[in-house]
Design a protein around this ligand. Sequence first.
Ligand code: PEP
Ligand code: MG
Length: 755
Amino acid sequence: MRNPATGPRVLLKRLRDVMAKSLGPQQRLDLIVQSIAANMVAEVCSVYVLRADNVLELFATEGLNPDAVHQSSLKFGQGLVGRIAATARPINIADAKEHPSFAYLPETGEEHYSSFLGVPMLRSGRSLGVLVVQNKASRTYQEEEVEALETSAMIIAELIAAGEMEGLNKRGIGLDLSKSVRLKGVPLSDGIGSGQVLLHEPRVVVTNLFNEDADFEIKRLHSALSELRVSIDDMLSRGDVSKDGEHRDVLEAYRMFANDRGWVRRMEEAIFNGLTAEAAVEKVQNDNSARLMRQPSAFIRERLHDFDDLARRLLRQLMGKPQSNAGLGMPKNAIVVARNMGAAELLDYDRDCLRALVLEEASPTSHVVIVARALGIAVVGQAIGVVSLAENSDSIVVDGEEGVIYLRPPADVAAAYAEKEGFRQTQLAHYAELRDVAAISRDGVGVDLMLNVGLAADLPQLSETGAKGIGLFRTELQFMVSSTLPRLDEQQAFYHNVLEEAGSKPVIFRTLDIGGDKVLPYMQQIPEENPALGWRAIRLALDRVGLMRVQLRALLRASRGRELSIMLPMVTEVREVVRVRAMIEKEQKLLAGFGHELPTNIRLGAMIEVPALFWQMDELMEAVDFVSIGTNDLFQFMTASDRGNSQMANRYDTLSRPFLRALRNVVEAGKRNNIPVNLCGEIAGRPLAAMGLIAIGYRSLSMSPSAIGPVKSMLLALDVEKLSKTVLQQLPEPSTGQTMRELLTDFADEYGIPY
Ligand code: PEP
Ligand code: MG
């Protein structure tokens, strides 16, 4: 039976009155503990708040020695209070002194009290402190009392989260929420960013905690729940969810949770006890998070994410808030923090303000990461827990080289990174000055420095870097960021815009390189054991000729009156090039038949990524107008080491003799056949590697926009002839002596070449 004179509803009413009064933080807290003690007929009620140094400090008490406030403390994990904070679980016992964790604090005078009920003050499943009631008589508190104390704990947690308690502690140590945190994730895209946190999914702050009318709130909850269920069903039935993909599994799990009776019942209970619908969602989610975080099974902990996500959606539904921050105003130096996001969502942010991206999930091959890399945005992934630890506007440093994040960094770390950033800015200013300087070595050898791009947002880089042209336009990126297959007219408009922006500079369009790890959400995927070796790129295009034909037609139409350069990815045999050439000719005839203006000239090239081409090099060069080496794939196939596997990342050297010898072969074949040879893998953008490539004869390198400055800077200081002589002399030597990397490093050091 609920006692109408006490009971949770009455307690909440009292707390609401306390919150409505205009009081200082200490006074308010004192009044809160007094109200709780009175309502629960407890002789003691105390609040312990977790500080940044992992100590729980007594912040207020009714019943214990008042002199102990801000003097008495317990370490996280120590005593009953410390244990509650550490486990995020209540303790309810008739005789506290009998508990093995009991720690006696003489200054508080608590030895008189037997029964003890303590609950964690939770936010996003984390303990911000502990709320305790005690009685002299030995008894166990009822479930209803536990519920009342938990609800009160949530209200105090909101006060802490709102910053009300900052500064109350006498020792000048900040509270746990303001603690600086270092998180180790996985580096996914180079660069350093410092700025302010912008949570991708806005955290809803529940300000309206107490209800006026429980029935009305229950109705609100149910209507938000049905809207949520409908929106999940909608997402599931939409064509943009792949048939059996992981995305679908997550949504299925959401649907299951959204219909979970236990979850709904607990929220109803919290509303009945006096909370608004949104406060009830938050309270139940806090309990859920705390419970699931403690689960040893990684699978169950993973479900916590889903549940969190769902609760956040429900909260936003209740409060009429947008589901994402993208597209809204953002700070000048925003660092977007998210559990995960789609590539298209990233593009909704203003790129000029976006400094870095932090994700709890994502791998090097996630679409959002590929796009971020293309945009030159630093990314750290697998940063577990960052979403619940970060608050909007928190200061943050993201080190995309080391894969480390500093949330609310200490002054020395912030200063060290500011210095690093300053150095980088100086370098960037230097590179900007080089923009119009010709890319010619000290001894007069010119090298074409070209760009690897793939999005409309990349195009301004062409003039900003002073690059000669676009050596690799990854057309699949447009397909990857789109939610449906781009139609012919959309593709045509997109390519036309690229050519317009490029003006007189050459552009090499690579046809769709999809399949393998580059998945299109709207295309059914056939499971493959080894996707990198599977049905991808030109192979897929030649089997799905419809897709290829549309792309060729769009390219031909977009290039009317201009030269068109098309490059084919993952060519394995010459026949593949011959087939595409025939397709192009057919399309040309068709377009001409309809009176369309055609390109002035068409150049067809092949990427050299598959080692089999080395034994048909002359034949290949007869069939193409140019070649470009994709060293990312070529290296993974030559060394049989997965390019996306971080364990393999530095195992074999891209400047090793066997690899450089292979690359030298292509240059020689190009000369023999009078066919231009370009190189567009990652290594072209690393100054030391670019030095080696120039030494073995490369005169056209294509790289990401941010690499143009460093590579040009290296080239301007280089004596190509001198280096070539040494390198070509050493190349045939046995691999056991000085490595080619050492040789290049020594040379650069000796002649003061920046690398
Ligand atoms: C490569 O393989 O080197 C290349 C440039 O293509 P991608 O990285 O798009 O596979
Ligand atoms: Mg490739």
